[in-house]
Ligand binder design. Structure first.
Ligand code: PLP
Length: 352
């Protein structure tokens, strides 16, 4: 969590229920209103469009299921490379999936020629970092009258995001991806969105009822302000480091899965002849924290659904290794030397 977010959280931590009518409730309410206004300014939307949730996962589910149930059309469209927060509800709805090319980008929107109740696509992929053609996605969805949801959890705070310019009906973000608290998500939802999938006290347009987390809202707004303020310079700095690491991994014989346009800090590769799990355990034992695919799926020894959708063979996909560089990385330090030692060790251990 960014220092500004911790300070904002602490400041607001004794606020009372923002739904209460009395003075302390009104004070709490004004903290939430300010956070909502700040977020709206930073993500280019109206304050009323900002809905606080308990996670990015919850924001994605609210959007996908809410839009689906609001429509008489029983049709949903998405991509096979989505995070489980979108992929799993989409599977529940029997969704049709858009094709993906070998770089991990959606390659055709023909499925959207016919209207659907909801279509969802991620702004940027959490494993490869690949930025998706979201303009084409929203244009295709809009042309057939299909509400478009964008999962921007990886994008917000890392690349410029304007909800108004995106043209999407809904957009999801998650505070912990830009230095805010874990357990706070954002759903940006146009005024036209009105079908709830949960019911309660009617807070937040009835779309996300429940007593609001005042400190979480204030900390999220503070983190977002700092992240957006330094985004351009930080993206340049991190992309330079990422490119340096890419060269190292390329020289060591890795298969590179991340291609431009991509998030600045993401680098997804495969080490032929090695298990991803062996690689991350060897790296971890030397204090280097990387992952095989998405952190959410770690502990499960399975090839990444994203790499398989890109047409990568199963043995290569099982050697996946993902680095995510961020504010705590000033340089690569001794990572190149460590990798030169670890990769042959993991290859010698072979495939399980
Ligand atoms: N969508 C994407 C693209 C993600 O990367 C993640 C988390 O990593 C999520 C959704 C879920 O967000 P949260 O962890 O806040 O539930």
């Amino acid at each position: 969590m960014r220092e500004v977010a911790r300070a904002a959280w602490l400041d607001a931590s004794s606020a009372l229920n923002p739904g209460a009518q009395y003075a302390s409730g009104r004070r709490a309410r004004s903290i939430v209103d300010q956070a909502r206004e700040d977020i709206a300014e930073l993500l280019d939307c109206e304050p009323i469009e900002v809905i606080f949730t308990g996670s990015g996962t919850e924001a994605d589910n609210l959007a996908v299921l809410g839009l689906y149930h609001a429509s008489p059309l029983q049709r949903a469209v998405s991509s096979p490379i989505e995070h489980p927060a979108v992929l799993e509800p989409m599977k529940q709805l029997g969704a049709e999936f858009l094709p993906v090319d070998s770089h991990g980008r959606v390659s055709s929107f023909e499925l959207l020629d016919q209207p659907a109740a909801v279509a969802a696509l991620m702004w940027a992929n959490n494993e490869t970092g690949a930025i998706q053609p979201i303009e084409d996605f929203v244009a295709a969805a809009t042309a057939s009258g299909t509400p478009a949801h964008i999962d921007a959890v990886q994008a917000v705070g890392h690349v410029p995001v304007s909800f108004a310019a995106s043209g999407a009906t809904t957009l999801a973000a998650s505070a912990h991806k830009f230095g805010g608290p874990r357990g706070v998500g954002l759903l940006l939802a146009k005024r036209s969105v009105s079908t709830p999938i949960m019911w309660g006290g009617g807070q937040q347009r009835g779309l996300r009822p429940g007593t609001l987390d005042v400190a979480g809202a204030a900390a999220t707004a503070a983190a977002l302000r700092e992240a957006v303020g330094e985004q351009e310079a930080e993206a340049r700095r991190i992309a330079r480091l990422r490119d340096e690491l890419l060269e190292v991994l390329d020289d060591l014989g890795c298969v590179i899965h991340t291609t431009e346009p991509a998030l600045p800090g993401h680098l997804h590769v495969s080490v032929p002849g090695a298990e991803g799990d062996s690689l991350i355990m060897l790296l971890d034992s030397r204090g280097i924290e990387a992952s095989t695919g998405s952190a959410c799926a770690s502990g499960v020894n399975r090839a990444s659904h994203v790499l398989l959708a890109m047409g990568i063979s199963e043995p290569i996909a099982r050697g996946a290794l993902r680095f995510t560089l961020g504010p705590s990385n000033d340089s690569l330090e001794d990572l190149p030397a460590q990798l030169a030692e670890i990769i042959p060790l993991a290859q010698a251990a072979g495939m399980a």
